[in-house]
Design a protein around this ligand. Sequence first.
Ligand SMILES: Cc1ncc(COP(=O)(O)O)c(C=O)c1O
Length: 397
Amino acid sequence: MKIPNNPFFGTHYIGKEERKAVNKVMKSKSLFRYQGPDLLYFTDKFEESMKKYLNVKYVLACSNGGAALKLSCIALGIGVGDEVLVPSFTFIASASSILSTGAIPKFIDIDETMNVDPKSIEKNISDRTKAIMVVHMQGAPANMKEIMKIAKKHNLKVIEDTAQALGAELNGKKVGTFGDCGAFSLQAGKTITCGEGGFFATNNKELYIRAKMYHDNGGYRLGSDYPTWENKKTFFGENFKLTEIQSAIALEQLKKIDKIIDKQEKIYQFIINKIDINYYKIRPFVKGAKTFKMSLGIIFETEEKCQDFIKFMNTNGIGFNTYCSNLIDKYDTFKYKHSWHKSGFPYSITDYVPTKCKAAEDLFRRVAWFNLSSELKKRHLKYIVSKLEEYKNEQTA
Ligand SMILES: Cc1ncc(COP(=O)(O)O)c(C=O)c1O
């Protein structure tokens, strides 16, 4: 049996609603969010709906999750000479958004939740540390209660990289809304999608204004007016704006988000409720977490046991594997301080301090992941459960 294991969630829900919305934008000939012959304001509508969904004061749509992370850094005034703590178990964009401001990432460790280990934060704070970039990996909330306590104690800003966890909650509060700002992605592999896209969320008006200016080439824009760069607050920026077509799709996807999340939960629970969780050690979640179930992570005692399990599952057509990319501090770009510029910017200004992320290195090799594709049907799930049982029985016979 061929078992789906693609990492697409919202993607599989693209249907007539999204097509209709795109057609509306095409008919209006108004693809730019701020001006057009018959502007339909889909980007404004998406931001309004997302504000309500997250229960947050400000949302700014932007071109992608990496851009939302950079906007978070810029809004918080992070730049040359600063250090930002970020877990080594993440996607490269977390670190490159920091580097692109002239600041340097300092990699910190994770625990079995596969998210930031709060203990690793205090160990790595230096007088350069300005912020912590928390990453809610694979839909699971990090321990925000502890992290916020530590941040407050050391006067550090908190950015939540929520690219992989839109819809996840901690004690009823959406992740991405605990820290100073949250960055989200609308890329094809995320909870909801418009192909590429992202957004920035905050409760702080000043941060919102700074992010909005930077995403609009640094200018200050009122309504649909041409922006101005002639007031004290404006600076230079980049163009990170989202188009009306993308926003129209994202808005339709947002209407489906509860359905998407519920389906993932059902898929996950079906497996968990039918396997021996005394034998299989499932990736734990922090207390009070409502996780977006994009994957199933199983922790093995050793790398060998993990590989043996993966081999068995793969032979049976089930795509368990170790995580799809390496720990990012292992990339040459950090090991050898690669830069696009001959000066070695920004490493030439602030030293990159390699750290030892011991738990991440160990866990990385011992966790088998399986993408819980929203295409998984009951027959697939029954088959997966039967193979998990078969493997357990073989090992315990
Ligand atoms: C943890 C994490 N951060 C940031 C990003 C960047 O998002 P985008 O691809 O929308 O730029 C991703 C995307 O995969 C991600 O997984």
